[in-house]
Structures are given as C-alpha cells and as structure tokens.
Design a binder for this molecule. Structure first.
Ligand code: NAP
Length: 279
C-alpha cells in the first residue's frame, strides 16, 4: 500500500499561518489522502529539522520567515528562479530522495495579477514599490513572465538599485521621483509592509499623480483593503489585493508536489470570508 503523503510549513513564528488550513481544504476537496501540518522551527534547529523531515518521509514542505535564505545550504538542488532569488519557499522531495528548492512567491503574485488583469498588459510600465524579499521575487517573476518595463522605488534606494542590476534592465528611482512620475505607470505594485494591521507605517508614497484606470496591486492582505488600495481606488485605479498572491504561491507549490493545480478561486473566496470576519 502506498504510504499517506504528508507536507508541512516550517517557520518562526508559525501559529498564524493560513497554509495548513488552505492545503488541507484542497486535499479534502480533491479527495487526496494527505496531511499538512505547521511546524515551529527556530533558526538554530533548521538543519536538524530538514534532516528530520527527510528521515520521516515528508513529500515536501513550505518554508517561511526566517528560513527562506538560510535553508539553501541544506538542499541538494535549486530551481533556476529560486537560485536567482537566493530564497526558497517550497521544497520538493524528488523520486530519488534528493531535496529540490523552489520559490513560488513571485510567480504566485504574477498569476494572481493576471487572473484579474489578463495576460495582455505586459507592455505596461510597472512601478514596484519596495525592495525587500517579496519585491525581489516579484521582480524576477515579472521579468520571467514577460514584463520588461520595470521601475523599482524603495526608501533605501540602494536596495532597489541592487535588484535592477541583477535583472539587467529597468531603473531604480527615489520615492520622490516615483511620486513625480507616477502617471506614467499602468501597473503599480505595493510590496512593502505598509498598511499591515497594527502597523504605524501606512503609505509608502503619495498617490497624488496616479493615473485613472491604472492597476494598483498590494501584497499585504491583512487587512484586505490597505490604505494604499483605498487611496488608489479613490484616484480611479483598479485594486488587486494580496490574498491572490498567497493562494497562488500555495497552488504552485501544491502543483509541484502533486502534479495538479487546485481551485484558487474558491480558496480566495473562502479566505476572503474568513478575513472579513476578523474586521
Ligand atoms: P522585508 O524584506 O522586510 O522588506 C520590507 C520592505 O518594506 C522594504 O522595502 C522596506 O524598505 C520597506 N519598509 C519597511 N518599513 C518601512 C518604512 N517605515 N518606510 C518605508 N519603507 C519601509 O519584507 P518582505 O518579506 O519583502 O515582505 C513585505 C510584506 O509583504 C510583508 O509585510 C507581508 O505582509 C507581505 N507579503 C505578502 C505575501 C503574500 O503572499 N501576499 C508574501 C510575502 C510577503 P527598506 O529597504 O528601506 O527597509
């Protein structure tokens, strides 16, 4: 008999993660005999945790803060995008037992964006606000999916310059320059921690000059409507919230593990209801 498959998410903290309920709901919906559990792993325990997951037969797992970069030395192989990003959020146990790392965060964002705006807007000027770990993944994925007019702005401009140098195209600009030239962008992506529930940091820049009809996407999804999205809608932009990115990064991981793409629309609806009940 085939052994039951099991999966996990490792991180610190981990209790808040919505990944277990999302993946377990997909297993139920799709009649897959598998389980997905949260595992609290501290930094110093990471190497032993990876060895244990391997020994105990996990088929794969997700990796979240603070292990996305530090797990690299413990993996046998990296997907090319994960290698470029220097960060892994998904591990797959290959049939021969070796561990391969992927990063599905950036592609998850692009899938969620294209689910709303379609695949025919790749010629638009894109402004990416933020140059942290999430921004990095999004920048490489945008390029891989055919978006080549990318401008990155960040409080610390040097970090935006670094990503642009690695992309080999696009430009890095100051917050002030981004604000002044805002009307040239058809797609504006908010990828800093601005607007997170209970945070003092609300807006990464002024949307005074945002173009009417522009697409404004935020990756923060708690709350679903961030100050950035509210302000963008007031300027006549179309808002894309961050929940789709979360659901699609999970769906792409699920597909790497099981070879099937789960239903993302139903999951986005389900989690939207959950999040709305919190407010
Ligand atoms: P990170 O690596 O810590 O980067 C944080 C970013 O926010 C940097 O660009 C940083 O600018 C900027 N920032 C922070 N405080 C600021 C302030 N007071 N003023 C101006 N800029 C500030 O974090 P990350 O991993 O990229 O994640 C960013 C957010 O994305 C998280 O809070 C999380 O909510 C969200 N996220 C969502 C998903 C999803 O699935 N939807 C996935 C991943 C992350 P500096 O470089 O100048 O410090």
């Amino acid at each position: 008999m085939e052994m039951k498959k099991w999966f996990a998410v490792i991180g610190d903290p981990i209790a808040h993660s919505k990944s277990p309920s999302m993946h377990n709901a997909w297993f139920d919906d799709m009649n897959i005999d598998a389980a997905y559990i949260p595992l609290h792993v501290k930094g110093e325990a990471l190497e032993m945790a990876v060895a244990s997951l391997k020994t105990l037969g996990a088929s794969g797992w997700n990796v979240t803060i603070p292990h996305k970069q530090t797990i690299l030395p413990f993996l046998d192989e990296l997907d090319s995008l994960a290698e470029k990003m220097g960060a892994v959020n998904t591990v797959v146990r290959l049939p021969d037992g070796r561990l391969k790392g992927y990063n599905t965060d950036g592609a998850g964002f692009v899938h969620s964006l294209e689910e709303v705006i379609g695949m025919d807007k790749k010629d638009q000027e894109v402004l990416l606000i933020g140059a942290g770990g999430a921004a990095r993944g999004i920048a490489f994925a945008l390029q891989q999916y055919g978006y080549h007019k990318i401008t990155i702005t960040n409080r610390t401009v040097a970090k935006a310059e670094e990503i642009i140098a690695e992309l080999g195209e696009g430009e890095a600009v100051s917050t002030r320059d981004a604000e002044d030239s805002l009307n040239k962008f058809g797609i504006v992506i908010q990828s800093t921690s601005a607007g997170l529930a209970n945070s003092e940091f609300k807006m990464p820049l002024s949307l005074e000059k945002l173009r009417e009809g522009a697409i404004a996407a935020d990756i923060v999804y708690n709350p679903l409507m961030t100050p950035f999205l509210i302000s963008a809608q007031q300027k006549g932009a179309e808002a894309v919230n961050g929940l789709g990115m979360f659901v699609h990064q999970g769906a792409i991981a699920f597909n790497y593990w099981l070879g099937q793409y789960p239903n993302t629309n139903n999951m986005i609806k389900r989690l939207t209801d959950d999040l709305n009940q919190l407010v």
